[in-house]
Design a protein around this ligand. Sequence first.
Ligand SMILES: *[C@@H]1O[C@H](CO)[C@@H](O)[C@H](O)[C@H]1NC(C)=O
Ligand SMILES: *[C@@H]1O[C@H](CO)[C@@H](O)[C@H](O)[C@H]1NC(C)=O
Ligand SMILES: *[C@@H]1O[C@H](CO)[C@@H](O)[C@H](O)[C@H]1NC(C)=O
Ligand SMILES: *[C@@H]1O[C@H](CO)[C@@H](O)[C@H](O)[C@H]1NC(C)=O
Ligand SMILES: *[C@@H]1O[C@H](CO)[C@@H](O)[C@H](O)[C@H]1NC(C)=O
Length: 474
Amino acid sequence: MKLHTRHTLTALCSVLCWCVFAVQRVESNDLLPAPTLSFDSNVNQSSITLYSNIIVLCTIPTNARMPIEIHLSKADTANTSTPFMSKKQYSLKEVTFLLKVTLDLEGSFVCWYSGISSKLQSQFSERLNITISGLSDPIMLLYPPAFPVGAKYIAQCETPAIGYENTTLKLYDRLLPIRLGKDNFDYVGSRVLPPGDWGAALHRTNAGETYEYICEMEVFLNGRTLRSRSKILTAMPEELPVRLIPKDSGSGSCYGYAFLKVRADWRPLCFDSTFYGTVNVANVICRELGCGYAIDHERISYKFPDAIGTPNCTGNEKKVAECPLVLNYCKQGTLNVICSATLHTPKLSVSEHAAASRVYIRTGESVTLICIFESTINEHAYITFTRNGNEIYTTSTRPGYAQIYTIHDTVPDGEYACFVHRQRSSTYKTENSNVIGIYIYDPPPAGAVAAGVITTLLGVLILVLLCVYRGGSS
Ligand SMILES: *[C@@H]1O[C@H](CO)[C@@H](O)[C@H](O)[C@H]1NC(C)=O
Ligand SMILES: *[C@@H]1O[C@H](CO)[C@@H](O)[C@H](O)[C@H]1NC(C)=O
Ligand SMILES: *[C@@H]1O[C@H](CO)[C@@H](O)[C@H](O)[C@H]1NC(C)=O
Ligand SMILES: *[C@@H]1O[C@H](CO)[C@@H](O)[C@H](O)[C@H]1NC(C)=O
Ligand SMILES: *[C@@H]1O[C@H](CO)[C@@H](O)[C@H](O)[C@H]1NC(C)=O
């Protein structure tokens, strides 16, 4: 019985082993069928640009046994070198390889696959040639993006990305308006980019005329030269007027979003809390508009897509155009400015003394000061009362609402006034109101006055009596 079992097992095993052996023999004699290698449908083989990304597809024959590992190799070294890229695949018959088009990618590729457990290999696919035939265009930029007559600026040509090698940038310009027969660009200069660099800059000072710039990029690549050209950049000195547009579309031009006119468009100015010069910018805007000085500025977190940047003002400029524009600082929002002309100087009065500028009160008598202001903006603000220029009391208010401040008991002598400000701190404030002097004047006590009156009356009576007596005797 035991013997019989062993016989059966041996027989079974030999059949199995023979089968496995037979399969292996068949497969090692003939390589697995070849896959096909092709470009993804989005790739135009005749216009592959340097440093772009392309996708190639390796398609496995439908009868291939999974799981497999798919390899992409340079055709010339596919037999000897490790593959360029490999991917494991358990079910899909189509595998994508994403390739960044660098200089060393040029050449012929093949793809092939191998069984993960069997280690059997396929034949190579047909060759697929990757030839770099173009460059992305270089970019011309203007720093600052807009400027007035007499300013300086930089026209800069940049590679479309960082990391271009063996690259030369050539800059050309022409003066506008174009005169007859002189419509071509003049060569200005060129720069061979050292490794890691990406731009060539032309500095122009005392800008007066309008120029157009164009730049050409040349890349020396595997024995040939590829070229591309930027779009034309126009550099024109401008007036660059500024304006404020109220956020509530209310009346008035002395508060609101700040816009700068560049060519035909009003472009928003940016606000960013990391830019420390915003107070200066706000002041220059108000000055240019004849709106006094800035009493407040804030960020409107809404970001306009066509924002132009931030003027970098020292605060002494007459116009925003004199402040060089800085391109960044547009991450947080749009600049909103409130100028002093929107808040009228407040009026101070003393209760029961209407229009007086000097008020006399007695010791111990209380005094009620009244301060009121008008504004084109119906937003809350603060009123601060002062004595001899020193702040004594601050309260929140709105335009048109009288704020009162009562001083009880001993009212100190002095010159009282009030002013309005938009924030609790009074960094920005209106002019002071009218000044009212308050003085203590205590008249003599009532008894003394009565005694004086009686004495006078008595004197008059005696005089009268004397006259009557003298008249009678004559
Ligand atoms: C592929 O690029 C060539 C050269 O730039 C162009 O002539 C052709 O029209 C392009 N083909 C497609 C399908 O976009
Ligand atoms: C790779 O090896 C195969 C045979 O295994 C041969 O037919 C083919 O020519 C070789 N390819 C190269 C590029 O050497
Ligand atoms: C691919 O490039 C090789 C040279 O590297 C060339 O012999 C072959 O004809 C090219 N194939 C195609 C389809 O362009
Ligand atoms: C750059 O050009 C030099 C020859 O001028 C060449 O030897 C080198 O390989 C090139 N570099 C690249 C990345 O093509
Ligand atoms: C603004 O201008 C000053 C010089 O007036 C300069 O030091 C500063 O770096 C400039 N700020 C920016 C953000 O360009």
